[in-house]
Design a protein around this ligand. Structure first.
Ligand code: GLN
Length: 303
């Protein structure tokens, strides 16, 4: 398939939507990002890459990082992780506190903030240097060094009252083992990782390839773990819009408030779109439309 032409056409077609929606403004470093940006990239399981638009411009990956931290936690402790975190969609906003009380501090899934904070806690328990190991994993996945944006990380910390509340609340139920500030330091830094669309597409290709990194043939997770991560992305990866994503796009996706969305076509390729304008559920408006166009044009969907 001529993926390059497909991506070029999508860039033209989504143009009217680029700049619409609302750029995340809970911290100044994100509020400053120009709304009128759109990038798209894909990486096939053969390791071939195609990209268009602002695909080389770094953005804050935010919640997309939750897939990488989950991957590292599964590498470290495997199925034991599920003693602490559920696997059901929440149907609530990503930073909601409500459900946690009903469910005795057990986070519904690893892709809402509570669940990702719980994953970060497990990384603190089982990694000698969790932040370094997370960066090393992502750098291996995309074949290039990636890093934290220190300004974003510091703003996440100084404004992260709700995440601190989630962490303390879970700690009160005995669901967090380590010091809350140490756990949140991992979480805030992972949100502040900067990547571009090409790096992100490469970094997700193992999930299209049964857990094996296409470029080096290195196993990252087992085929079963890859299937399960994809299933969680499909059901829980886009907050309370997961049903809408499945309906319109039908691919495992993970979004972040930086405007990035990573998507997986199992057995074929990984795709990344980025555009900072967000809709009501915190997902990129132009990014979501671009994924819908990609699936329509190529017929590549799980369904
Ligand atoms: N840093 C944001 C938070 O913790 C990430 C949320 C997101 O991308 N959905 O709330």
């Amino acid at each position: 398939m001529d993926y390059q032409s497909v991506l070029d056409l999508i860039v033209d077609e989504v143009r009217p939507l680029v700049g619409t929606g609302k750029v995340a403004d809970y911290i100044p470093a994100l509020a400053r990002v120009p709304a009128a940006r759109f990038g798209i990239a894909l990486c096939t399981i053969e390791g071939d890459v195609a990209f268009a638009g602002d695909a080389r411009e770094p953005f804050s990956i935010q919640s997309v990082s939750k897939v990488f931290s989950l991957t590292l936690a599964l590498q470290k402790i495997g199925v034991k992780l599920w003693e602490r975190i559920g696997r059901e969609p929440s149907g609530n906003p990503f930073n909601s506190l409500m459900q946690l009380e009903h469910e005795q501090g057990m986070a519904r899934n690893p892709f809402i903030n509570a669940g990702a904070i719980c994953v970060a806690d497990q990384l603190v328990s089982h990694c000698a240097a969790p932040k370094d190991e997370l960066l090393a994993l992502i750098s291996t996945l995309c074949g290039e060094a990636v890093g934290f944006d220190p300004e974003v990380a510091e703003s996440e910390r100084s404004t992260g009252f709700r995440n601190a509340a989630l962490a303390n609340f879970m700690k009160s139920f005995g669901k967090i083992d380590n010091d809350v500030d140490t756990v949140l330091d991992v979480y805030f830094n992972q949100c502040a990782i900067a990547m571009n669309c090409v790096q992100m597409a490469r970094a997700f290709a193992y999930l299209a390839n049964q857990g094996v990194l296409p470029t080096t043939a290195r196993p990252i997770v087992t085929p079963r773990q890859a299937r399960r991560i994809n299933a969680l992305m499909l059901t829980c990866g886009t907050y309370d819009a997961a049903g809408e994503f499945a309906f319109l796009i039908g691919l495992p996706c993970k979004s972040g408030v930086g405007g990035g969305i990573a998507a997986v076509v199992p057995g074929r390729l990984a795709l990344c779109v980025w555009s900072p304008g967000l809709g009501a559920s915190g997902n990129s408006v132009a990014g979501m439309r671009a994924l819908e166009l990609f699936v329509t044009r190529t017929g590549l969907s799980v369904f």
